[in-house]
Design a protein around this ligand. Structure first.
Ligand code: AMP
Ligand code: MG
Length: 350
């Protein structure tokens, strides 16, 4: 049976590319968030269509993640940044709803601990990186080191840096160090998907009020959130600078409109699906020698059948269901069918 991602035609791939293109921050381009990106943009999509699109995105992610894990060569790091109430948690919940929990890790970064402050600023992020075959999600990330720490200089004081490392060029240096680190990861098989959920000040006000008005949501509200809101303009500036300096060819930023939660989720899912589509992970194909070994193992197991039992009950049941002769027959097909190449199975099946 062809799977969803096998059925992604060239046209659909192109549409996905076109959909995310306006959100991509061109490396080196100057960004003024408020002017360049509209938080309420929805690209002519209605909510109902959006919900269907998200369902498709989740199915695609499920399929891609299985292949990514099976191939065990590439890892994917999703970096999620936003101001409070922009929908980071909901995005993770919805976008990752179909994936196998064994292949995914999520880490939420809070105020650094004493142990973390005793190390260089990237240390705690390195420790949470995904392995090959995994998707790791950073809910807040190393970018807090040029956002909250920049907006609140007292946080930098707590980092116990030598005076020389705290000079005025510290932010430019951190951008460079982050870029270098991300390049190192990319060069070694870890793709980085950077999503900034872009929320308007008015929508944040409404979402905060909702948290206050609904008793079940009170726990989500913190007074610190209101204090951070007072620094809105400083944050907008810090985000704009971050986008200018750290959107790179190897790890570009995507600014996703987030005033509509459902749109933010589709946007984030699309960027992730697009990266996985580029990686195009494949199920491993079993080689000739390995297939011989499998055939030998099959023979041994069949010989161990108790008296009266079928040599291979599974094969027998499959035959009864009308399935074709299984993979270890004369034709030496792979145990797991390789994924169709561009325009492969999907086109031929028509
Ligand atoms: P939340 O994501 O709402 O649970 O809040 C986590 C808090 O931790 C936010 O207020 C962040 O600004 C703060 N935080 C995250 N990373 C850092 C960091 N590197 N330095 C200081 N505060 C941070
Ligand atoms: Mg919070």
């Amino acid at each position: 049976m062809a799977t969803n991602s096998q059925r992604l035609t060239r046209v659909q791939r192109k549409r996905l590319e076109e959909f995310i293109a306006p959100f991509r921050v061109k490396p080196g381009s100057k960004v003024t968030l408020a002017k360049d990106f509209d938080p309420s943009f929805k690209e002519g999509i209605k909510k109902k269509e959006g919900v269907e699109l998200l369902k498709l995105g989740v199915q695609l992610l499920t399929e891609y993640q299985a292949r990514l894990a099976a191939q065990d060569t590439w890892g994917v790091l999703v970096v999620l940044q936003a101001l409070d109430a922009a929908g980071k948690d909901g995005t993770i919940r919805h976008v990752m709803s179909g994936v196998n929990p064994q292949g995914v890790s999520v880490h939420s970064f809070k105020v650094p601990s004493a142990e973390e402050l005793d190390h260089d600023f990237l240390w705690r992020y390195v420790r949470r990186l995904p392995g090959r075959g995994e998707i790791g999600i950073f809910n807040r990330s190393h970018y807090e080191e040029v956002l909250v720490v920049r907006v609140h200089p007292e946080l930098l004081d707590r980092q116990k840096l030598p005076a020389k490392a705290k000079k005025r060029d510290i932010w430019k240096r951190r951008y460079r160090e982050i870029n270098d680190w991300e390049r190192h990861l990319t060069d070694n098989g870890f793709r980085i998907v950077k999503v900034f959920l872009n929320l308007s000040k008015e929508e944040q006000r409404i979402r905060f009020l909702r948290r206050l008005d609904l008793p079940d949501h009170n726990w989500k509200f913190s007074h610190a959130d209101v204090n951070e809101r007072d620094c809105w303009d400083d944050y907008q500036k810090a985000f704009s600078e971050m986008l200018l300096h750290t959107s790179t060819d190897w790890a570009p930023w995507y600014v996703i409109p987030a005033d509509r939660k459902w749109f933010g989720r589709i946007g984030a899912a699309s960027v992730l699906v697009h990266t996985l589509m580029e990686i195009d992970p494949r199920f491993p194909v079993v080689g000739h020698e390995q297939r011989e070994a499998l055939r030998e193992a099959k023979r041994t197991l069949e010989e161990q059948a108790p008296k009266g039992a079928a040599a291979d009950p599974f094969e027998q049941a499959q035959r009864a269901d009308g399935a074709p002769k299984p993979a270890l027959g004369d034709g030496h097909p792979p145990v797991v069918a390789p994924v169709a190449a561009e325009g492969g199975t999907a086109e031929r099946e028509k």
